[in-house]
Design a protein around this ligand. Structure first.
Ligand SMILES: Cc1cc2nc3c(=O)[nH]c(=O)nc-3n(C[C@H](O)[C@H](O)[C@H](O)COP(=O)(O)OP(=O)(O)OC[C@H]3O[C@@H](n4cnc5c(N)ncnc54)[C@H](O)[C@@H]3O)c2cc1C
Length: 414
């Protein structure tokens, strides 16, 4: 490949913060709120002007994973900030009907069901309001482009936006980019499922349909602002390759009209239906993963392994690795703190879909309820490390767990 040597240049320093969160998806939103609630000066960098990432910018309007789907179905495994979001959405009438068959639990009694369809506009409002209330500083329309390092420590980030290129310094960066962008740029060990192995969860353009009759038999995520459906897929994409993503966007967006016509013909109550919205970004399920101090294994997920350094729990099925939706036969498996910590770098934690894991556990914890719980843990840990001037790997686990429990998280501690 032809190369060009970019010359070094002096750039303005935008500021110094205790914690900088890269990416305001479900993980990054929860991380920023948790960190700010711990009293850390927290900045979140996000390319879109709202939180949610895949939930909003890719219209993934169905949040799964608050409790196990199989009997005895007795333990709610995700609480804390993600549960607050659902309660706030409920108050605003922003919850719809999940397409997943499930036992319903009454929110009024403080319990949550497995899954909720959401009005994504209400989700944008609720999450932004929570971040403002927590005192999170936000920089939207901004891209993380590089990591600033001193030896083996990440000391800050370089971002680009309409104001140009700027440096930001911090004690801890939380990489919630979904794609492990910071970890990759900082030189942490990462891995990706090889396309040739055919194990990677494929990408899909979700879209919202308006004008659907209430009696329609169409599936999808039903909320008051329409029905969001799983639309055309893309099978040959690498979400970290800009040209590949562009090709996927083009093919999915050209296919969406035909996809809609097929739905219209197949389902009842679609006479007045129309495509109300395609999102800014095709839904990208997986790209890079961190190789951290611990990597969750298939056996951990299937056996329901517990860890002393648990910071979140996933009880969702493994969606397709086994060629079918494999339901867990236990109440959930633990996500250990070590999955968020890079092996060789300090000053960095990773949150969300790109934490250190094999393919199978990822296919469970990728659901947005556990993803937010992981984000909350990363934010609280980053704040603790920053406030105590400790390395992130030296965070006192019992102190972190107590803090998370104080913040309402479920860790099933004795
Ligand atoms: C098609 C599809 C269907 C799915 N179905 C379901 C389902 O039914 N239920 C469910 O619960 N989950 C579902 N999921 C999974 C779930 O949506 C994701 O695993 C989860 O939302 C990931 O959250 P995240 O915060 O880790 O990452 P993301 O949502 O990817 O968020 C990353 C954020 O970082 C920002 N960002 C990235 N790079 C940069 C950068 N360099 N600079 C600035 N900002 C950056 C992005 O804009 C984004 O806001 C689905 C996913 C897809 C794609």
């Amino acid at each position: 490949m032809e190369t060009y040597i970019e010359l070094g240049r002096a750039i303005p320093v935008m500021g110094t913060f205790d914690v900088v969160v890269i990416g305001g998806g479900c993980a990054g939103f929860a991380a920023a709120v948790a960190s700010a609630r711990c009293g850390a000066q927290t900045l979140v960098i996000e390319r879109f002007p709202y939180f949610g990432g895949t939930a909003t910018a890719s219209l993934m309007a169905n949040i799964n994973g608050f409790r196990n789907q199989v009997e005895p179905d007795s333990i709610q495994t995700v609480k804390g900030i993600p549960a607050e979001v659902i309660r706030d959405l409920h108050e605003l009438g922003g919850l719809g009907k999940s397409p997943y068959p499930q036992k319903e639990y009454p929110i009024e009694k403080g319990t949550l069901s497995y899954s909720y369809a959401i009005d994504t506009e209400a989700f944008k409002y609720v999450t932004l309001r929570k971040a403002v209330e927590a005192g999170v500083r936000m920089l939207f329309h901004t891209f993380f482009v590089d990591a600033i390092k001193e030896g083996n420590s990440v000391r800050g980030v370089i971002v680009e936006n309409k104001s140009g290129r700027q440096a930001i310094f911090t004690r801890v960066v939380v990489d919630a980019s979904g794609d492990a962008d910071v970890a990759a740029r900082a030189g942490a060990q990462i891995w990706q499922t090889k396309q040739s192995e055919n194990r990677r969860l494929t990408d899909q353009l979700m879209y919202r349909i308006g004008g659907v009759s209430e009696t329609s038999d169409i599936g999808g995520c039903k909320a008051r602002n329409g029905v969001t459906v799983w639309g055309p897929g893309s099978f040959l994409q690498d979400g970290t390759d800009a040209e590949a993503v562009t090709r996927s966007e083009i093919s999915a967006r050209l296919a969406v009209w035909e996809h809609f016509q097929t739905l219209k013909a197949r389902h009842s109550g679609m006479e007045a239906a129309y495509i109300a919205e395609t999102p800014p970004l095709i839904g990208i399920r997986q790209t890079r993963f961190l190789r951290g101090l611990y990597s969750l294994t298939a056996d951990d997920a299937i056996s329901g392994r517990r860890f002393d350094d648990v910071v979140a729990i996933s009880s969702c099925p493994i969606i397709s690795y086994y060629g079918y939706r494999r339901f867990l036969e236990h109440e959930g498996f633990d996500i250990p703190f070590r999955c968020l910590v890079p092996c060789e770098l300090d000053g960095l934690l990773v949150a969300g879909r790109c934490i250190s894991s094999e393919q199978e556990p990822y296919e469970s914890f990728r659901a947005m309820a556990p993803i937010m719980a992981i984000g909350q843990a990363a934010g609280a840990a980053a704040a603790l490390a920053s406030k105590s001037s400790r390395r992130v790997r030296d965070v006192e686990i019992t102190e972190l767990q107590s803090l998370l429990v104080e913040q309402g998280a479920e860790l099933r501690l004795a």
